[in-house]
Ligand binder design. Structure first.
Ligand SMILES: Cc1cc2nc3c(=O)[nH]c(=O)nc-3n(C[C@H](O)[C@H](O)[C@H](O)COP(=O)(O)O)c2cc1C
Length: 349
């Protein structure tokens, strides 16, 4: 573990002299290409150019304040202008350096080396055949790669079974081509590439937010199987991050779920809530250090009180509400799940 941490560090100048090797640039090796080549007869689709965008005018502070990871998408397709906008905001090219030693994009990159490529899994984009595509940033076009069978299910499985990833209308899959950065920065490159990727990912979050789409960075995926899906030469280019994109369902407001106003609570209030409830799994509520804790198997979560019978969760649920019979006996817990569904748990003891 500690040896992996070193990758995040830089060097003092004396150490730098000792450990950083001569680069291919210093050895006068020809610079790499800043876009992966593609066949002459590739099927290319023109995207809408940035000067024609009619979308994305939301004020910056609104984007900053509203951005969250969004994992629940509607069935609606994405429009080509929306896709063009997202690709432009994340990897659009503004200038190719005269020296041919790099490209200037809408996002910064160490040494303008731009070591990333953008691949797409298209499930539902208006006017595009479903399948795999690659962004050809030099000409702001899309290259059709091929069809995929059962893409929705397959991509969900390849995202370590995070099914919502496959169900999105569109999935960004970024690859790294490390040599573009290594040509100049040798062993310093890998931290820079990771930072470049973070910048691109955040740009996608903000671009989505600006046009009322939702996304989430997905770091858990089957590395080799994803590389095989795009037929990559994985010594030179491999997938580094996924991001599903879609129109999102607005979360229910908690104020619509809660029945009573917010109130301070006492340890005596909590004691009344201890008990076991069941629907599919058994769920237990206990009190620890004056906190109400929900237990599902080994998993425990401290709940945030809203009032003496209503609570807010983070992972186990969005919120829950205890209900009692007229005689004051515990009856059930109504749960607002993280998927925004309502589920009832029967009181057991
Ligand atoms: C590098 C990275 C990898 C992530 N991987 C996943 C993932 O595999 N699955 C997932 O649901 N969320 C993933 N996330 C999203 C985080 O869980 C999320 O950003 C975090 O909980 C904060 O929530 P917020 O983005 O809504 O503010 C990832 C985020 C980052 C930056």
């Amino acid at each position: 573990m500690n040896s992996n941490r070193k990758f995040l560090r830089f060097f003092d100048s004396e150490e730098y002299e000792k450990v950083v090797p001569e680069s291919d640039e210093q050895k006068k090796v020809a610079p790499p290409l800043f876009q992966q080549p593609y066949p002459e007869d590739a099927k290319l689709i023109d995207l809408i150019p940035p000067e024609k965008f009619t979308i994305g005018k939301t004020p910056f502070l609104d984007l900053v304040n509203s951005r969250i990871s969004r994992r629940k998408y509607t069935e609606e397709p994405i429009f080509l202008e929306e896709l063009s906008f997202l690709l432009w905001c994340t990897q659009g090219i503004k200038k190719i350096l005269k020296s041919r030693l790099g490209v200037k994009r809408t996002v910064p990159s160490a040494g303008a080396k731009s070591p990333l490529e953008t691949y797409l899994v298209v499930n539902r984009v208006d006017g595009l055949e479903p399948g795999l595509y690659r962004y050809i940033s030099f000409t702001h076009q899309l290259m059709y790669i091929k069809q995929t069978d059962d893409a929705e299910e397959k991509i969900g499985e390849l995202a370590f079974n995070q099914k919502f990833v496959g169900r999105a209308p569109l999935i960004f899959c970024w690859t790294a081509v490390p040599y573009r950065t290594e040509w100049r920065y040798t062993i310093l490159s890998h931290k820079f590439i990771a930072i470049d990727l973070g910048i691109v990912s955040q740009s996608l979050y903000m671009a989505c937010e600006a046009i009322n789409l939702g996304t989430v960075a997905i770091g858990y995926y089957e590395q080799n199987k994803m590389d095989e899906l795009f037929e990559l030469d994985s010594d030179e280019e491999f997938v580094v991050l996924l991001a599903p994109v879609g129109k999102y369902k607005e979360e229910k407001k908690l104020s619509e779920f809660f029945k009573y106003p917010k109130r301070e609570i006492t340890p005596e209030d909590l004691a009344k809530l201890i008990g076991k409830y069941k629907r599919k799994n058994e769920v237990e509520f206990i009190v620890k250090d004056d906190n109400l804790v929900v237990k599902v198997g080994e998993f425990e979560e401290i709940l945030d009180p809203y009032n003496e019978t209503e609570f807010i969760g983070e992972f186990s649920s969005r919120a829950l509400r205890f209900e009692f019979t007229e005689k004051g006996k515990p009856e059930k817990v109504i749960v607002l799940t993280t998927e925004d569904e309502i589920v009832e748990l029967e009181y057991l003891e």
